[in-house]
Design a protein around this ligand. Structure first.
Ligand SMILES: [Fe+2]
Ligand SMILES: [Fe+2]
Length: 250
């Protein structure tokens, strides 16, 4: 995924020397989704899943030299991602990629209006969404699953005004929150504890995502049609910089 990795680094276009090091370091780790898996990976056949945790150690299998060779962990049925969960996460990867695409489209809209602070905020948001994509990507691979990418829908390109664009962003984040909550519900239904635990980062992240979009919506409502007020908000949003989330950078 060289283009996405490059986008992570280059999308913002702001020289952020403090964030550059962890971003680069994390990119090395996340570009191919955490621990790398050889292209020859295959799912071993002919083993019966055991229903109880106490039996998991008993079904450990010899690991072929070309599979998980770079990993030291034992391969068990327990670490395999269930097909239903994998499909749902792959669908979420599509949602997160679309999110990035949508915010980049909003950035382009604001650039065309010469509102460069708003555009900056959206470009940083687009970068963050790619981080979300790569977190899911890495998790699927770490669980022995396969990421399957699908076509990304085209986002809108025009909004009535700045407020309408940020209201659309807030609405989109509320939709993403609902998607994440449905993933948690599915993980619980499947008793997939690792996935449920993994998703908690996103549950917390979505609270922040909705709050930050809503804060700008409220500010723009206060400003109304006041050009000076809009200029002030634009200048404020110009200060946002991309920072790799700690849980991802480490
Ligand atoms: Fe996201
Ligand atoms: Fe988001």
């Amino acid at each position: 995924m060289p283009q996405q990795a490059a986008a992570l680094q280059d999308l913002n276009g702001i020289d952020n020397s403090t964030a550059a090091e962890p971003r680069n370091r994390a990119r090395q780790r996340t570009s191919f989704g955490g621990a790398s898996r050889p292209a020859t990976h295959t799912v071993e056949q002919g083993l019966t899943a055991q229903p109880f945790c106490k039996n998991v150690r008993a079904i450990t299998r010899p690991v072929p030299t070309n599979v998980h060779a770079a990993r030291s962990r034992t391969t068990t049925e327990e670490v395999m991602l269930k097909e239903k969960m994998q499909q749902a996460i792959n669908a979420q990867i599509n949602e997160e990629t679309f999110s990035s695409y949508l915010y980049l489209s909003m950035a382009a809209y604001f650039e065309s209006k010469n509102l460069l602070g708003f555009a900056n905020w959206m470009k940083v948001q687009a970068q963050e969404e790619l981080v979300h994509v790569m977190k899911f990507y890495g998790f699927v691979n770490d669980r022995g699953g396969q990421v399957k990418l699908a076509a990304i829908a085209g986002p809108e390109t025009e909004w009535a005004n700045s407020l309408a664009a940020f209201e659309a962003a807030l609405k989109h984040e509320q939709h993403i929150s609902e998607c994440i909550h449905q993933l948690v519900d599915l993980a619980r239904e499947l008793k997939d504890h690792p996935t449920e635990n993994f998703l908690q980062w996103f549950v917390a992240e979505q609270v922040e995502e909705e709050a930050s979009a809503d804060a700008i919506v409220q500010r723009l409502k206060l400003v109304g049609n006041d050009g000076a007020g809009l200029f002030m908000v634009d200048r404020e949003l110009a200060a946002r910089i991309f920072v790799m989330p700690a849980a991802t950078a480490e």
